[in-house]
Design a binder for this molecule. Structure first.
Ligand code: BMP
Length: 207
């Protein structure tokens, strides 16, 4: 079973909540990122978590101490999972994992970005290995590069693989599912659609 995670990169809290409600039956979680939290406030996490579990995509990438503070705010606000940048190093990822354990939360590690491989080449495989070694819950892998999803799957074994980059960034949902994704992360293709519910329903049928 492959999940759809809704990426709600909106700046209007009411619109965000409405779309999450509209498509809730087709999604397994809502991913919030800076655009929504910085405009609506961190309380939006709790509000959305009444609809579906929330993944706080703060792409934490700081020193371990600061990273643990960010993770703690996310979990205290009701997030079920946080996303951390693997390039920040294992001490940072470990610090976030320690906080997650206190909240029974999950940690997902960004291996490489969908938008650029400029500095990730030769690094992302090592990040994936680290995520597995440390016992993270999963990784974020590029849904617009299905061949990389397949390679990263070989590295992380049974860890979860969540893939953004579907639709608006050119990725094909079916191809990443065949490559081994556990979930696709979809934003603009759903929330900018005239009928978000219809798009979510079609995507769920497709995968
Ligand atoms: P969209 O479907 O509108 O392209 O949104 C993709 C979402 O996934 C955004 O929230 C973005 O921050 C996130 N994301 C990404 O696109 N590529 C990555 O490599 C990692 C991400 O978290």
């Amino acid at each position: 079973m492959v999940d759809i995670i809704l990426a709600l990169d909106l700046t209007d809290a009411e619109k965000a909540v409405k779309i999450a409600e509209d498509v809730s039956e087709y999604i397994s979680a809502v991913k919030v990122n800076y655009p929504l939290v910085l405009s609506a406030g961190v309380d939006i996490i709790e509000r959305l978590s009444e609809i579906r579990p929330v993944i706080a995509d703060f792409k934490i990438a700081d020193i371990p101490y600061t990273s643990s503070l960010i993770a703690e705010i996310a979990f205290r606000s009701g997030a079920e999972a946080v996303i951390v940048h693997g390039f920040a190093g294992r001490e940072t990822v470990k610090a976030v994992l320690d906080v997650a354990k206190m909240f029974n939360g999950e940690v997902y590690v960004v291996t490489e970005l969908t938008s650029s491989m400029e500095f990730f080449k030769n690094v992302s495989d090592k990040i994936a290995e680290m995520a597995k070694e440390l016992g993270c819950h999963g990784i974020i892998a590029p849904g617009n590069r299905a061949e990389r999803v397949a390679e990263l799957r070989r590295i992380v074994g049974r860890l979860k693989i969540l893939c953004p980059g579907i639709g608006a960034q050119g990725g094909d949902a079916k191809a990443v599912v065949e490559a081994g994704a556990d979930a696709i992360i979809v934003g603009r293709s759903i929330y900018n659609a005239e009928n978000p519910k219809k798009v979510a329903e079609e995507l769920s049928r497709l995968i």
